[in-house]
Design a protein around this ligand. Structure first.
Ligand code: PLP
Length: 385
């Protein structure tokens, strides 16, 4: 049986050669590859500025650190997201204030944002859930009215466009992830993009201890000053070299994802017992991180059996995300959130199965996934009768 894994990075000769070249150069950090990757990512997204960092969580943390958030401050965060989206706020001492999802897309329910804003709110955190573009014009109207900074968490949104503009360029900063299962990978890696020169310059320093001169910028070796706090959130030359090569493959990867997603949507149309999240928005582009099906409530208690059937028959799956973040033990214990507080996000967590559509597989695999899922549904529906 050939296993259809949920995600697998695709590298060629070019990545191998690029990494070997960096090793031979002797410059492993603060070198030309970082600058090349940042410039290429600007070209791809249309961003004026890009700052490469060690991962997306670091990029998010840097955004809130730049803002100077601390105890007493609040940030609006979607309940349906990766824990990193909230942790990045929490790490500054500020409080994430969660807002439920909208049922059709899993994105933050924009209609509930204003009610969650208080005089302590400093920023809005917006996640393009699984690559589905959030209606950023509506978000930005609220941000403008209330004077709030907007952080777009684009960890799953490389290749997502809203009204012709790449995700991450609607708000003040956009933060990307290049973790292995993502649209492209640098093994670990992240990028922050922005339209603001001052943000790019400041965060560019804060990612490397707050030093005023990086290694290549010093006139006298070893001499620098530190004008503020900072982290070691740098990206290495090896990661950046991978990024430069992966970016060249990215348009092909994205086209394959879109083709796979479309085929799987068609194959699952009208299948009894499930529905699908909305994956089209006029004038916008979804980056298709995965294909999420939502089991009907009557079948959802059988989800583990369905997943086991799929996995047992060679179809890899995942769940995005296993619980709304406020239901995770840390946030429950700290803030007292309870079952029922975020029903829409919880339904997505409890009823969904994420299916693979990455460029490592093709149309034949989409057919196998659809057929295997239909068999799994039939098997549990038979049991339910
Ligand atoms: C929405 C979201 N934000 C942030 C992250 C964290 O990304 P990284 O692993 O690059 O820190 C993830 C990881 O998958 C994510 O899904």
């Amino acid at each position: 049986m050939n296993e259809i894994v949920f995600g697998r990075p695709i590298f060629g000769e070019e990545e191998g050669q690029a990494v070997l070249k960096v090793m031979a150069s002797g410059t492993l950090v603060h070198g030309p590859k970082l600058k090349e990757f940042e410039a290429d990512f600007c070209k791809f997204t249309g961003a004026p500025y890009a700052v490469a960092v060690s991962n997306c969580t670091a990029a998010l943390h840097l955004a809130y650190f730049y803002l100077g958030l601390g105890p007493g401050d609040e940030v609006i965060v979607p309940a349906q997201t990766h824990t990193a989206t909230a942790h990045a706020v929490e790490l500054t001492g500020a409080k994430p204030v969660f807002v439920d999802a909208e049922a059709l897309t899993g994105n933050i329910d924009i209609g509930r944002i204003e009610a969650a804003i208080t005089p302590r709110t400093k920023a809005l955190s917006i996640v393009h859930f699984l690559g589905m573009p959030v209606e950023m014009d509506k978000v930005m109207a609220i941000a403008k009215k209330r004077g709030l900074f907007v952080v777009e968490d684009c960890a799953l949104a490389t290749g997502t466009y809203y009204n012709g503009v790449h995700a991450g360029l609607h708000g003040d900063v956009g933060c990307f992830s290049f973790y292995p299962a993502k649209h492209m990978t640098t093994s670990e890696g992240g990028m922050l993009i922005t339209r603001h020169e001052k943000i790019a310059q400041t965060i560019g320093r804060q990612r490397a201890f707050g030093m005023d001169r990086h290694v290549g910028e010093r006139t006298i070796p070893g001499v620098y000053d530190v004008q503020g706090l900072g982290f070691n959130y740098r990206m290495s030359e090896i990661n950046a070299a991978l990024g430069v090569e992966q970016l060249k493959r990215l348009p092909g990867f994205l086209a394959k994802r879109a083709e796979n997603h479309k085929a799987l949507t068609a194959a699952l149309q009208g299948v009894k017992g499930l529905s699908m999240l909305l994956s089209e928005r006029a004038g916008s582009v979804h980056s298709h991180y995965c294909h999420t099906v939502l089991l009907d409530d009557a079948i959802a208690p059988k989800r583990v059996e369905i997943i086991k059937y799929l996995n047992g028959n060679g179809v890899g799956t995942s769940i995005y995300y296993p619980h709304p973040v406020p239901y995770m033990t840390f946030y429950r214990q700290k803030y007292g959130y309870k079952e029922g507080d975020f029903p829409v996000a919880a339904r997505i967590s409890d009823n969904s199965i994420a299916l693979p559509v990455g460029p490592h597989i093709g149309l034949k695999e989409m057919e196998i996934i659809a057929e295997t899922l239909k068999k799994a549904l039939k098997a549990v529906q038979g049991e339910l009768k």
